[in-house]
Design a binder for this molecule. Structure first.
Ligand code: NAD
Length: 478
C-alpha cells in the first residue's frame, strides 16, 4: 500500500524486467487541483529503455508460445489485482488527473471490461479453403514487442486499453504513460510484477523524448498511441524508418447534429454530458453542437440548466462533480479558445463557478453566436467549453459538420431514433463512430477509431485485438 494516513503517497517505481527500478532522473507530477507537485517518480533513461526492450524480447519467446487460454488466465489475474487495489488506484487517478473520486473509480471499473472481453475472446485460426485441391488457413501471430504510449485524460483506462489486448495477442508490452499522469500506470506495473513473467509487461515513465526513443527503437515492432494529431503524425513518420505497425488514436472535433423533430428539454441533460464529461477532456466528446436556427435559445437554456447543477472542485471534496483541467498547457489552450470566442462576437450563455485560489480551474462555459472560422469552432478545445451553432437546413449542417480534418466521432439527436432521416444523416457524417441520441460510447466490444486525421486503426472488439497480430497464411496444395 502506498498511501499513508497523512495522505502522502510513496512514489511507485519503474517496472523493468519484473523488478521495481529507480532512475537518476525524476518527473515531478502536479496535482491539477492545487497546481503544485505532489510526487516525484522516476523518469526512465535511454539505457533503461534498451534494458526493457532486451527483457521484452527475451520474454516474448515464451509468452508468445504460451497458449492463448493461459495468457487469458493471466489477464483474469490482472483483473483481480485491479479489483483488489481499486481504492488505491482510484486515489492515484484522482490525484494525478484531477477528476472526482467517484469518476476515478468509474475509470478503473471501466478498465475491467477490457479484462472481461479480451480475457475470454476467441482468436482461432480461420480455414479459408479446405477441398480436394488444397487447404488455406489464416492465423494471427503476435507481432513482438509493443510500445504503448498514453495520454492524461483517462490514464489508467488508456493503459488497460492497450496492455490487455496486446498481451492476449501474445506480445510483450512496454507502456510509457503521459508525463502528466504516470503514477497509476507505474503503480499498476508494480502490482503486476508478481502476476506476469519478467519482461512481459514493463512500465517506463518519461517525457516526450522517451516516447520518441520508443518509437525509433529497432527492437520494438508496434506502437499503439493515444494522443494528439501532431504527435500521431510524428510517430507515423518516425515509425516508417523501421516499418513498425502503428495504431493511432488521435484528437477529434466531434459534431452533433440535432434534428428539427427533437425536443430541447428532453435532450438537454444528455447533450450537456456528451460535451462536458471529464471536464470536456474526452477525445470523442461532443465539441460542436448544430441546432436548428429557431431553437438555439431553447437548446442553450436546456443545456445551461444541466450545467448549473455541476459543482467544480477538487476531486476528493464531497459533492464535487467536475474537476479542473488536467495541466497548465491545456488550460492555456482552453482560455485562448474562450477568448477567441469572445473576440469573435460569441455570446456566453452560461459560465459556471470555480474554486478560488490555485489549480487549473476553468468554468463550465457554453457559447452561441459563432460559426466556422472562429478558433473555438475549428480547433479542439479538450476542455469544459461548448459552442452551440445554428444551421439553415440539414444539408448545411452536414456539410459544416464534415468541414474539418478530424473524423473521430459524431452524433445525431432526434425524437425518433428509428427514423430513416436520423440514419440518413448519420450515414453522411464523416467519422469512425456515429452515435444516435448518445455521444460518445467507447467500450471493449465495439471498434473505436478515427477517420481522416483522427487516427489510424481501431481499438476494441476482435478488430482491435487483430491489430496486435500479424496475419499469417498457411497454403497447402493437395
Ligand atoms: P500528446 O500527443 O502531446 O502526448 C501524448 C503522449 O505522447 C505522451 O505520453 C507524450 O509524452 C508522448 N509524446 C509526445 N511527443 C511524442 C513523440 N514525438 N513521439 C512519441 N511520443 C510522444 O497528447 P496531448 O496533447 O497531451 O493529449 C491530448 C490529445 O489526445 C487530444 O487531441 C485528444 O483528443 C487526444 N486523445 C485521443 C484519444 C483517442 O482515443 N482518440 C483519447 C484521449 C485523448
Amino acid at each position: 500500500m502506498t498511501i499513508t494516513s497523512e495522505n502522502t503517497i510513496t512514489a511507485p517505481q519503474l517496472t523493468i524486467n519484473g523488478e521495481s527500478r529507480a532512475s537518476d532522473d525524476t518527473l515531478s507530477v502536479i496535482d491539477p487541483s492545487t497546481g503544485q507537485p505532489f510526487i516525484e517518480v522516476p523518469s526512465a533513461s535511454l539505457a533503461q529503455l534498451d534494458e526493457a526492450v532486451e527483457s521484452a524480447t527475451r520474454a516474448f519467446a515464451e509468452w508468445s508460445s504460451t497458449p492463448i487460454t493461459q495468457r487469458q488466465a493471466k489477464i483474469q489475474e490482472i483483473g483481480q489485482v485491479v479489483r483488489d487495489n481499486l481504492d488505491e488506484l482510484a486515489q492515484l487517478v484522482m490525484r494525478e488527473q484531477g477528476k472526482p473520486l467517484n469518476n476515478a473509480r468509474g475509470e478503473i471499473m471501466a478498465s475491467l471490461r477490457q479484462v472481461e472481453v479480451f480475457g475470454s475472446i476467441e482468436l482461432e485460426p480461420e480455414v479459408l479453403r479446405d477441398d480436394e485441391t488444397g487447404k488455406v488457413v489464416l492465423s494471427f501471430d503476435p507481432i513482438g514487442v509493443v510500445g504503448a504510449i498514453t495520454v492524461w485524460n483517462y490514464p489508467f483506462l488508456a493503459a488497460m486499453f492497450k496492455l490487455v489486448p496486446g498481451l492476449v495477442a501474445g506480445n510483450t508490452v512496454i507502456i510509457k504513460p503521459s508525463p502528466y499522469t504516470p503514477v497509476s500506470t507505474l503503480r499498476l506495473g508494480e502490482l503486476l510484477q508478481g502476476v506476469l513473467p519478467a519482461g512481459v509487461l514493463q512500465v517506463l515513465a518519461g517525457g516526450d523524448e522517451l516516447g520518441r526513443a520508443l518509437v525509433a527503437h529497432e527492437g520494438i515492432h508496434k506502437i499503439s498511441f493515444t494522443g494528439s494529431v501532431p504527435t500521431g503524425k510524428a510517430i507515423m513518420a518516425s515509425a516508417a524508418a523501421t516499418l513498425k505497425r502503428v495504431t493511432l488514436e488521435l484528437g477529434g472535433n466531434d459534431a452533433g447534429v440535432v434534428l428539427p423533430d427533437a425536443d430541447p428539454e428532453t435532450l438537454g441533460p444528455d447533450l450537456f454530458w456528451a460535451a462536458f464529461s471529464n471536464s470536456g477532456q474526452v477525445c470523442a466528446a461532443l465539441k460542436r453542437l448544430y441546432v436548428p436556427e429557431d431553437k438555439v435559445d431553447a437548446y442553450a437554456a436546456a443545456i445551461a440548466r444541466e450545467a448549473a447543477k455541476v459543482v467544480v472542485g477538487p476531486g476528493d471534496q464531497e459533492g464535487v462533480t467536475a474537476g479542473p483541467v488536467q495541466n497548465a498547457a491545456q488550460l492555456e489552450q482552453v482560455k485562448r479558445l474562450a477568448q477567441a470566442a469572445r473576440d469573435g462576437g460569441g455570446e456566453i450563455v452560461f459560465e459556471g463557478q470555480v474554486p478560488d485560489g490555485p489549480g487549473y480551474w476553468f468554468p463550465t462555459t457554453i457559447v452561441k453566436g459563432l460559426s466556422e472560422g472562429n478558433a473555438l469552432v475549428d480547433e479542439e478545445p479538450f476542455g469544459p467549453i461548448l459552442p452551440i451553432l445554428t444551421y439553415r437546413d440539414l444539408d448545411d449542417a452536414i456539410e459544416r459538420a464534415n468541414s474539418t480534418v478530424y473524423g473521430l466521432g459524431a452524433s445525431v439527436w432526434t425524437a425518433d431514433p428509428n427514423s430513416q432521416e436520423a440514419i440518413d444523416v448519420a450515414e453522411r457524417l464523416e467519422a469512425g463512430s456515429v452515435w444516435i441520441n448518445q455521444h460518445p460510447v467507447v467500450t471493449a466490444t465495439i471498434p473505436f477509431g478515427g477517420v481522416k486525421q483522427s487516427g489510424v486503426g481501431v481499438e476494441g472488439s476482435i478488430l482491435g485485438l487483430k491489430a496486435y497480430t500479424n496475419p499469417r497464411v498457411l497454403n497447402i496444395k493437395r
